[in-house]
Write a protein that binds this ligand. Sequence first.
Ligand SMILES: Cc1ncc(COP(=O)(O)O)c(C=O)c1O
Length: 434
Amino acid sequence: MVTATDRNLEYLKLDQTYVNQVLARTAKIVAEKAKGSYIYDMNGDAYLDFATGIAVNNVGHCHPKVVEAVQKQAAELMHTSVTTYHKRYIELCQKLAQIAPTKKLNSSFLANSGAEAVEGAVKLAKYVTGRPVIVNFRGSFHGRTLMTTALTTSKLSYREKYEPLPGNIYTVPFPYTYRSAFRGNEKACVDECLHQIDMMFKQLVHPEQVAAFLIEPVQGEGGYVPAPNGYLQELRKITEKYGILLIADEVQTGFGRTGKMFAIEHSQVEPDVMLMAKGMGGGMPISGFISRKELTDKWLPGRHGTTFGGNPVSCAAALATIDVIESENLPARAEALGKHMLERLKKNLASCKSVGDIRGIGLMIGIEFQNADGSPSHDLAEAVLNKALEKKLLLLTCGSHGHVLRLIPPLNMSDEEATQGMDILEQSIAEVCK
Ligand SMILES: Cc1ncc(COP(=O)(O)O)c(C=O)c1O
């Protein structure tokens, strides 16, 4: 926490002067170093990290194998871009084909950020189908470039004042049962959402104009809402019927986070394109999208590209990160620890009227706060986040009202660390929601 003798202060002041304040930071501490599940500020105070740089540090901070791979690669080759081929790019694309949810996904393009992966996948979908329209979902988040802003509907503040945004985007409801008219009846919510797709095809746009549906298997910024059982399967049937591509945005859900390497595996649905970023590089910036070779072969060389995407150092980091995820069996760890945490929180918070819903899959857990009248409560979520920060636990919010606390710890967090985090969280909730 910031005090008069705080060594963070000097930098926080410089930040105010020199940094564009559009970049909103959550915790008012200046990170100096990090290791495993902890971030250390300028005073050397340790913060337990349940935020992982927005779902990035799946293997913990500065995992030794990732650090070693980065250091070695940096000394050998840092950058060539498309002026040459380089082996790490090729090795990483081969690895992505091996870990993809289906063998049909076997041809990758690498980029730098989640938004850039979304942009590329949308261009691929439009190019190969010759169709102009993308369908997205209410509550979705896909990035901050103009196209991905247009595809984002999780919160008004991401879109407001940026109009006109790119067009030919149609938005259908996501089956967020808890905040729908069908609370407690997932099946009815799913049926209604499917009906809305049907109505869109009758009233708004012909299905043969649609290049792709773009969906997060678990909505992230939208409030940590897993797609209910059966929904993705039905969506797959609809897209197949009309020759529409299904793009799974696994930017936040990927790389073991939900208990499988990719969240779409829970439904056994095979997407046509899958987007990856965040957890992919163990903290280094890298993203990508993988598709079917017969589709990507229709995209002619030079129709898309990048200077930095698939940089050798980031590729080496991603290869090492995937190796850690596999060798430490982190998807299984995420499943087991996530189940334990969800059960504990559900039990211990059952009588707390300020907590409306606790949901999640693997180590992607959301706690939804509500006011006495049941409406979403940003203030409570924010107050709990600040209280936990005082106790040195880092959290993030999400949801349309910023009313959901998300728990996204490293997948290799120890049992003791997880217990410590949940103790702090429950104490903070008890103090705020008296
Ligand atoms: C599902 C999803 N897609 C895309 C993005 C955009 O990623 P980036 O911030 O790396 O551009 C995010 C970022 O939070 C995300 O959660």
